[in-house]
Design a protein around this ligand. Structure first.
Ligand code: PHE
Length: 337
């Protein structure tokens, strides 16, 4: 190949580079000219057959071809990239970043998740039921007499079709036992509704966590052990519990359960209103009539149940004085948790 041919070859290579429309096409050009078995390699190999006086010029031209083609390929690669990626290649990495403030979990979600984790560690699983319930599941199956005041229109929201908005999470017990045989060990967190006039401690909708443990020979001591463990995990180590006699239609005997004040340790302070105790939940041994309603044999089966208000625990633990703050979704309030 003489000098003239070599110059033409360079023009041709540069032209092909300029015309290449993709990375693949560019790579093909590179291989054809600069590759190990490429045109330039052939030229170099043929150098020894050239007349000695022509060799320096041909060598120089070959070198030029190599360098110019390499530069052209690099430029063209960059140009193709710019074309496909658009303005991103113009992105200024030295600009300050955008700040997005992170959201936080709602205090009610946090308390629910913590409580669920504690009961899960004891072998409870989570069960759920609908907010719209039948009168049967919410009252009848739970041994609530026809004239019980909680059935009153003043207390419970009834729907036109005769159903209601559940006033506690206890109907989840009924649903679960209808579908499962003992042993049963569930907790049921969820939303409840009562016809209360909103004030600092009342809300027409609120949340509860129901617990139910049914097997042979379940005793009040099991209830006490479970709640005592829960109290320590939820409120802090050393928190004790006490039972006070109470009444619920669906448990017998029934109790209200207080936790010793986690703030003053029981000595008396503002949080526990100087009593050393904080009322937390209702509980008891499942009434035989409830077992009959779901087809369990009360002669063989026993169990305990409990129900607690999530808002109440959140308010006590976080020092929230007005329940309505939990529903207003003011981010200045929510981002504190
Ligand atoms: N359902 C009761 C309430 O809403 C709480 C409770 C649940 C009591 C289970 C005993 C057993 O007040």
């Amino acid at each position: 190949m003489n000098a003239e041919e070599l110059k033409q070859l360079k023009e041709q290579a540069l032209e092909e580079t300029a015309e290449a429309g993709s990375n693949e096409a560019l790579e093909a050009v590179r291989i054809r000219y600069l590759g190990r078995k490429g045109v330039l390699q052939e030229v170099m190999k043929g150098l020894k057959d050239q007349p000695p006086q022509d060799r320096p010029l041909i060598g120089q031209l070959a070198n030029e071809l190599k360098q110019e083609l390499q530069a052209a390929l690099t430029d063209k690669t960059a140009a193709l990239e710019g074309a496909t990626e658009g303005p991103e290649t113009l992105f200024d990495y030295t600009l300050p970043g955008d700040w997005h403030s992170m959201g936080t979990r709602h205090p009610l979600s946090k308390i629910t998740e913590r409580a669920v984790a504690i009961f899960r560690s004891l072998g409870f699983t989570v069960a759920e039921g609908p907010d719209v319930e039948t009168v049967y599941n919410n009252f009848d199956a739970l041994n609530t007499p026809p004239a019980h005041p909680s059935r009153d229109m003043q207390d419970t929201f009834y729907l036109d079709n005769g159903d209601l908005l559940r006033c506690h999470t206890s109907p989840v017990q009924v649903r679960y036992m209808q579908k499962h045989r003992p042993p049963v060990r569930i907790i049921a967190p969820g939303r409840c509704y009562r016809r209360d006039t909103p004030d600092a401690t009342h809300s027409a909708n609120f949340h509860q966590i129901e617990g139910l443990y049914v097997d042979e020979q379940v005793s009040m001591a099991d209830l006490k052990g479970t709640l005592s463990y829960f109290a320590g995990e939820m409120m802090g180590p050393g928190v004790k519990i006490r039972f006070r006699p109470h009444f619920f239609p669906f448990t017998e005997p029934s109790v209200e359960c207080d936790f010793s004040c986690h703030v003053c340790g029981g000595a008396g302070c503002r949080v526990c209103k100087q009593s050393g105790w904080i009322e937390i939940l209702g509980a008891g041994m499942v009434d035989p009539n409830v077992f009959r309603a779901v087809g369990y044999d009360p002669e063989r089966i026993t169990g305990y149940a409990f129900g607690m208000g999530i808002e109440r625990i959140a308010m006590i633990l976080y020092g929230i004085h007005d329940i309505r703050m939990l529903y207003e979704n003011d981010v200045r309030f929510l981002k504190q948790f």
